[in-house]
Design a binder for this molecule. Structure first.
Ligand SMILES: [Zn+2]
Length: 238
């Protein structure tokens, strides 16, 4: 049977499958997901396609071959399983944000506690300024299953420096130039949510000045890290 895709696109699909499968391991390892909740997707470079987690499979069962390929309307193109129930929203983000190469969703506990309160995580630490460039915003409440969540993500992050949004009464969605960068943002959101929660238990927190936030974010975005490996940085202090 002849392949419907060119050799270049086929290679890009298989690379995205392997990448998305491997990146899913960070979610349970980092304590971001329970059971089968949470998902990672990646845009397939050079094609109007995305690779996403199959719906309902356990993390230990995931293989590159079980990853699902969809078009940017969220329609199944290739795969043995049904795509994640969040596929429509991931697809909406890719259609409306050509700069985005990866999307991650989790219900990580501390960040999701903030979303249950409908409260943005305030920018009160240099690490939050570095990674998010300001408060980590709250997006609107949206029902699961169609593109409404995607629309809420795009609307909330338009003009924001944050790669993460807390969708109200739901959980975390992050975007990145790559799927790996989006996974890193998901890990960092939970870390920030946890630390700011602990700080608020102790008492009021102190907001950072906007000028300092911008300086920290500029330095982190443009200067910090090993050349070509900026997304591997833990925070701006090391
Ligand atoms: Zn969810």
């Amino acid at each position: 049977m002849t392949d419907r895709f060119s050799p270049e696109i086929r290679a890009a699909i298989e690379a995205a499958r392997a990448d998305v499968c491997a990146l899913h391991a960070y979610l349970p390892k980092s304590g971001l997901v329970a059971w089968t909740s949470g998902n990672v997707s990646a845009r397939v470079p050079g094609a109007d396609l995305m690779v996403i987690k199959p719906s309902g499979l356990e993390y230990e069962e995931l293989t590159p071959a079980s990853m699902v390929v969809c078009d940017l309307d969220g329609v199944l193109v290739e795969g043995d399983y049904k795509p994640s129930s969040d596929t429509g929203s991931h697809a909406y983000v890719y259609r409306h944000r050509p700069d985005v190469g990866g999307v991650v969703h989790t219900h990580s506990p501390y960040a999701t506690a903030w979303s249950a309160r409908g409260e943005a995580i305030p920018c009160v630490l240099t690490a939050i300024a570095d990674e998010f460039g300001g408060d980590i915003p709250i997006g609107p409440f949206a029902l699961i299953g169609d593109e409404s969540i995607g629309a809420g993500i795009v609307e909330t992050l338009a003009g924001s420096r944050s790669p993460a949004v807390l969708m109200r009464s739901h959980g975390v969605f992050t975007i990145g130039a790559s799927a790996r960068a989006a996974v890193k943002a998901a890990v960092m959101v939970e870390d920030a949510a946890h630390t700011v929660h602990l700080a608020r238990v102790l008492g009021p927190v102190i907001p950072l000045d906007e000028a300092d936030i911008k300086a920290l974010n500029d330095r982190y975005t443009n200067v910090y890290g090993q050349p070509g490996r900026a997304e591997t940085a833990k925070n701006g202090d090391s």
